[in-house]
Design a binder for this molecule. Structure first.
Ligand code: SF4
Ligand code: SF4
Length: 110
């Protein structure tokens, strides 16, 4: 599995937080923090926009690090990704992602 594919199948290379981190781009961090704060109804600061990728060693956003149930579950089960979990097609946690994102499911089935 490509290391840039998150446990849930989303592509971390396309994530604006990772792009801002890789380019050390503070103005992008500010824009992403503003956008994600509005989208999620919580305060996200530019300092939180630091992430190497879901399955890649390095910094994580607070959401990726501690809040995402999918990442915590897959790590606890020692699954490379949800694609190697027997519950993939019935899991409610993962279902929240793959029901609206065919690409994520496709990535997990590769
Ligand atoms: S942190 Fe969660 S939602 Fe984000 S890529 Fe990883 S598993 Fe998916
Ligand atoms: S139970 Fe769900 S979230 Fe946990 S590893 Fe399996 S598919 Fe992923």
């Amino acid at each position: 599995m490509n290391d840039y594919i998150g446990y849930c199948g989303l592509d971390c290379e396309a994530c604006e937080a990772r792009i801002a981190t890789v380019n050390d781009d503070d103005s992008m961090r500010t824009e992403v923090a503003k956008k994600w704060s509005a989208l999620n109804g919580v305060t996200i600061t530019p300092e939180m926009i630091n992430c190497s990728g879901c399955r890649i060693p390095g910094p994580k956003t607070p959401f990726c690090d501690k809040i995402c149930d999918i990442r915590q579950c897959a790590m606890a089960k020692e699954c490379e990704t949800c694609g190697s979990c027997a519950e993939m097609m019935t899991c409610g946690k993962l279902g929240a992602i793959i029901k609206n994102n065919e690409e994520a499911l496709h990535n997990l089935k590769k």
